[in-house]
Each structure stands twice: as C-alpha cells, then as structure tokens.
Write a protein that binds this ligand. Structure first.
Ligand code: ADP
Ligand code: MG
Length: 601
C-alpha cells in the first residue's frame, strides 16, 4: 500500500518499508515528479519528461490541473490567461490537445498512473491500495473527482486524507495525547494554513485558510521582474519567458543553501544575460510575499478562536518553506521553534504512507479518525429574504444542529424550506442549495406552530435537512451536497464580501425585521377587528386603531426602520386593551358550559 501526495506542482509516492515511511524514486533517482502532462501528437509524457514542452508547446502541456478538479468552466475565471484551448461546447472543463479532448480527471489520472508505475517498479510488485491526500478545504466534488482519477488510473483508494493531517502524522504528532498544531503549507502556487486539534488520537481540523494563488512561483516571478528591470527587457517570447522562470527558480533554490547565486541566461535572439543575486536582496525583494501569508494565519486563528500561545507546534510543509526568510519570519510570528526536520516537500507523502500502511491491515498504534470542517455557513431563508444560519462555517463535521421556526399567517398549513450557503445576510447574496416544502401543518394561529428544522452533515460532507412540525410529528427531509461546484476562489470571495458588507447587511436586516414585525401586527389587528370589532370596541376606538394602521402602513413604505418601529409600537400600545378584551372573551368562550373543576389551567 502506498501514500500519494497529488500536488499542484509536484507529486510523490511513498510506502512503509521495514517499518519506516520511505519516498519511492524512479530509475533516475527522482522522487519529486512534476505534476505536468504533455499530450503530443504521437506520445504522452508525464513528469520530468514533460517539462521541456512547457516552453516549446505550452498549449498541449498541462500544469496545475489540480486547480481544475471538481470544477466547471465557469468556476475558473482566469481561464483566459492560460495557454490552453478549452472546449466551448459544455460547461465541463475539457482541454483540446493533440491527443483529443482531455478532462481534468483524465489528466490527473495520467499523473497517478505514472506514480503507480514508479511504485510498482520500485517495490517489485503490484500495489494493493493507495491513500491519496487532498487539501483540507477540498469540497465533495473535488474529493470525488480525485477518487475518480485514481479509479481511472487503476488504483484502489483506501482513503482520501487531508494534506495537513498527513503532515502531522509524518511528524508523529498523532502519537501525542493532546495538542493544537498549525500546518503551514506553501507549495508552488498555493498557500494553505490549517489548525488541527489532536484529542484522544483524533485529529480535528479546527480551521483552514490560505491563498489560492500564492506560492514559490511568485518568488520566481519576483526574480524574473528584477532581471527584466535590470536588463531593461520589455518584450519576451513565450520561450524566453519560460527560460527566465526556470533560471529564476534555480537561483531561488540555490539561495536556500548559498549566500549568493549566479546564472547566465541565453535568450533566443542570441543575447546573453549574466545575473547574480544575493540572499539579502532576494529577502528584501520578496518580504511582502512572506507577509502575505500572515493574514490567512490570523484569520484561521480567529476562526478557531485561538491565540498564538495556545499553539503547541508549527509544521512546515511545501518546498517553498525551505526559504530561510520564511522560516525566520514564521518562527518570529509564533515565537516558537518550527517542526522542520523532515523534507517539507515529502512530509505529506510520508504521512499518507503511514496511513496506507495501517489501513492496509498492518498493525498500528491507533486508528486515526479524520474530521473536517464546513467551509461556509449553512442556513435557511426566513421572512423578508433573510438567511438564518444554522451551521456556522468552520464547524467540524459530522455535525447536527436544529432550530425552531414558526408560521407567519393564521391557518398556515405549509412552509417552504429554502436551504442556503454563504456568510451574507440576504438570500440573494448567498448560494441556493435546495428547496422543499413541509406540508400538512395543522392550521393554527400565526406563531403557534413549532417547526423544528434540523441540519445534519455526515462524515463524507453530505448535508441532509429535515423539517418537522412538533405537534403532528409530520416530517419532510431532503439530502443536498453542500458545496458542490464551489471553487476555493468563490469561497474566499464570498468570505471577503461578507466582511466588507457586514455593516450594510446589518442595516438591511434591521429594516427587514422591522417591516416583518409591522406587517405582522397590521395583519393580526385587522383580523381581530374583522371578527370582534362590533362587540368589544367603540366606534371611536376603531377609528383610532384604523388611523394607527394607516400611519404604520405609510411608515412601511418609507424604508426607515426607526420610523417603522415607532409606529409599530404605537399600534401595539393602542391595541393593548383591545387584545386583553379579546383574550378575556376567548377564555370565557372556552369556559362556557364547563364546570370549574373540569378546567385545567
Ligand atoms: P505543491 O505542493 O504545490 O505541489 P511543492 O511542495 O512541491 O509544491 O513546492 C514546490 C515549490 O517549492 C516550488 O516553487 C519550488 O521552487 C520550491 N522549492 C523547492 N525546493 C526549494 C528550495 N531548496 N528553496 C526554495 N524553494 C524551493
Ligand atoms: Mg503540496
């Protein structure tokens, strides 16, 4: 059994050998396989063999396919900036290559096939199963797509586990009793921070955050810009651009070991550029990029309601964390030594290998149970187009939560339940997931029925919603996929908007709630007037109430919540004695004909 880190930039495969997790290497001694597939007219190349086609045939050389997994074309808004030809006919992502249309699942499966072959040659036998790692924020669709790719590659998936959890396992953190850990993962083009809590041998993902487009590539790009600036280069062919990036990456990686680095770049026009860079210049040049990782850490800590002092360990993951200024700045932020003695680009695969080993039936100290969080809040629509959140974002799953709602109108016998996802207050700003109707509610006065709405998310991330009227026990339910088709960009956009619009949303909610209250009291008073006015109220009282209703109606059109509340209060006060009389009357009606000892209060 093997563990596979199917990365955006690089992929690896590892297995436990003589009790030790070991990275498997190909015949040339490579352990890191670039996640690149070249679809040429006559051949398909994966990994190192595909690298050179990046500059000569970018259209047919697919990189970072992980970003497409589980997404539709409309999820990938930056498509225009990519060198690929996308098929226009469907919203499914299909890339036109010399080998025909390629779906992300197929491309991923070609990478997985390569890793499977590598492992089988290295282990001299067939592999029985694989544990594959995915980012903690991957939703249902993205996880399913990863599983499908594995199946297509002929791999038996033992389990998908979260990358941060695999990294924690590689450091043996699961052997400790308790603890709260930060996993800092800076790869080639993505940054993810996760906070894991270990409790009785179970890892719980408390929070995840990150930046979908921040990684080692940005540090390369910063060097490229410096080279261009110093040599006054403005225009470059695609090939030369690739060459510059390759040289920049080399310089960056060399600066991890050496205080300075040098290179000579030959451009296609014959021009030769000599360029040298020292550590200090590089650190100053990219200091802002390092700082860009701090904000997501703060947000994750905030979501998990933790302070820096309560973190027991920081695990460094991803090749880019080798850079020394990242190490020093993150250490300074947490005021704590980092866990960094394993190869940061290997830790995820090593942890996955340990999981695969125990899942394949080998003895293990304890069975790891992996928990996840919901990336966005889930709730239902309430009156006035508002969303009432039932499960808040970053809640650990599995989870079940219930809330009671009631009817709006007298005699209401049905209630429609609209399930929504997102952080904003208004229905129109959230994502609609499902709609269903609870019927056969026994007719009662408005506000008397008790309807319990229960949200439940199981361990696989599937949401089911049930609504039950408590006096009749009548129940209706529905199962929904909570985050289907949402990209991490969309999720982060939704979050950013909810922060930015919080004030505006509060005002909208206040107005909407005031309106509902006003409309409801008008409805109730009018109802009562229709039924009882003649018997209980003088004409003067009736006229007074009617003009109060008119004033409130006018206020309702004003969109001024304070005015609405004021007139609601007025109408309320004016009708207090009327309500008391009504109450007396209905009690005396109920009592009529019964002897006093039969009445239960
Ligand atoms: P991913 O998780 O996205 O697949 P990796 O964890 O393999 O990516 O990280 C790849 C990134 O790590 C690249 O940007 C690469 O240049 C960078 N990297 C690898 N080795 C070093 C090094 N010695 N110094 C600095 N950066 C490095
Ligand atoms: Mg990675």
């Amino acid at each position: 059994a093997v563990g596979i880190d199917l990365g955006t930039t690089n992929s690896l495969v590892a297995s436990v050998q003589s009790g030790l997790p070991t990275i498997l290497k190909d015949a040339n001694g490579n352990s890191l396989i670039p996640s690149i597939v070249y679809y040429g007219q006559n051949n398909i190349k994966v990994g190192h063999e595909a690298l050179s086609y990046l500059s000569t045939d970018a259209k047919n050389t697919i990189v970072s396919v992980k970003r497409f997994m589980g997404h539709t074309k409309s999820d990938i808004q930056y498509r225009e900036s990519l060198p690929y030809a996308f098929d226009d006919d469907s919203d499914d992502i299909q890339i036109k290559t010399e080998q025909g249309l390629k779906h992300p699942i197929e491309i991923s499966s070609d990478i997985l096939k390569k890793l499977k072959d590598l492992a089988e040659v290295s282990l001299c036998g067939e592999i029985t199963g694989a544990v594959i790692t995915v980012p903690a924020y991957f939703d249902d669709a993205q996880r399913q797509a990863t599983k499908d790719a594995a199946k297509l590659a002929g791999l038996n998936v033992l389990r998908l586990i979260n990358e941060p959890t695999a990294a924690a396992v590689a450091y043996g953190l699961d052997q400790k009793k308790e603890g709260t850990f930060v996993i800092y993962d800076l790869g080639g083009g993505t940054f993810e921070v996760s906070i894991l809590k270990l409790h009785k041998g179970i890892f719980e993902v408390l929070a995840t955050n990150g930046h979908p487009h921040l990684g080692g590539d940005d540090f390369d790009q910063a060097i490229v810009e410096l080279i261009k600036h110093e040599n006054k280069i403005t225009q470059l062919s695609h090939e030369d651009k690739r060459a510059l990036i390759t040289h920049a990456k080399c310089l960056k990686e060399n600066l991890t070991n050496d205080a300075s680095a040098k290179t000579v770049i030959k451009l296609s026009g014959g021009q030769e550029i000599e360029f040298s860079l020292d550590r200090d210049t590089f650190f100053k040049l990219t200091h802002d990029l390092v700082q860009k990782t701090i904000q997501p850490i703060r947000r994750a800590l905030n979501d998990a309601q933790l302070s820096i002092d309560s973190i027991d360990g920081i695990v460094m993951v991803g090749g880019a964390t080798r850079m020394m200024h990242i190490q020093s700045e993150i250490k300074a932020f947490f005021k704590k030594d980092l866990l960094n003695d394993l190869n940061p680009d290997e830790v995820v695969a090593l942890g996955a290998a340990r999981q695969a080993y125990s899942l394949a039936g080998n003895k293990s100290d304890q069975d790891l149970l992996l928990l996840d969080v919901t990336p966005l809040s889930l709730g239902v629509e309430t009156m006035g187009g508002l969303v009432e959140k039932i499960i808040h974002r970053n809640s650990t799953i599995p989870i079940a939560k219930a809330q009671e709602f009631t009817t709006y109108k007298d005699g209401q016998t049905a209630m429609s339940i609209h399930v929504l996802q997102g952080e904003r207050e208004r229905v129109s700003d959230c994502r609609s997931l499902a709609n269903f109707t609870l019927t056969d509610i026994p007719p009662m006065v408005a506000g008397a029925a008790k309807i319990r709405v229960t949200f439940q998310i199981d361990a696989d991330g599937l949401l089911s919603v049930a609504a039950k009227e408590l006096s009749s026990n009548k129940e209706t339910s529905i199962t929904v996929k909570p985050s289907y088709g949402l990209s991490e960009d969309q999720i982060s956009n939704m979050l950013i908007q909810s922060f930015e619009k919080a004030d505006e949303d509060k005002k909208i909610r206040a107005l909407s709630e005031a309106k509902i209250e006003g409309e409801q009291i008008i409805l109730a008073v009018q109802n009562a007037l229709d039924k009882n006015s003649n018997k209980l109220l003088t004409q003067k009282e009736i006229t007074g109430i009617q003009s109060a209703i008119q004033r409130l109606s006018a206020a309702l059109n004003s969109n001024n919540p304070n005015l609405i509340t004021e007139h609601t209060k007025n109408l309320n006060t004016l009708t207090e004695s009327f309500a008391a009389k009504l109450m007396d009357e209905s009690v005396s009606q109920a009592l009529r004909g019964k002897s006093i000892d039969k009445v239960n209060f």
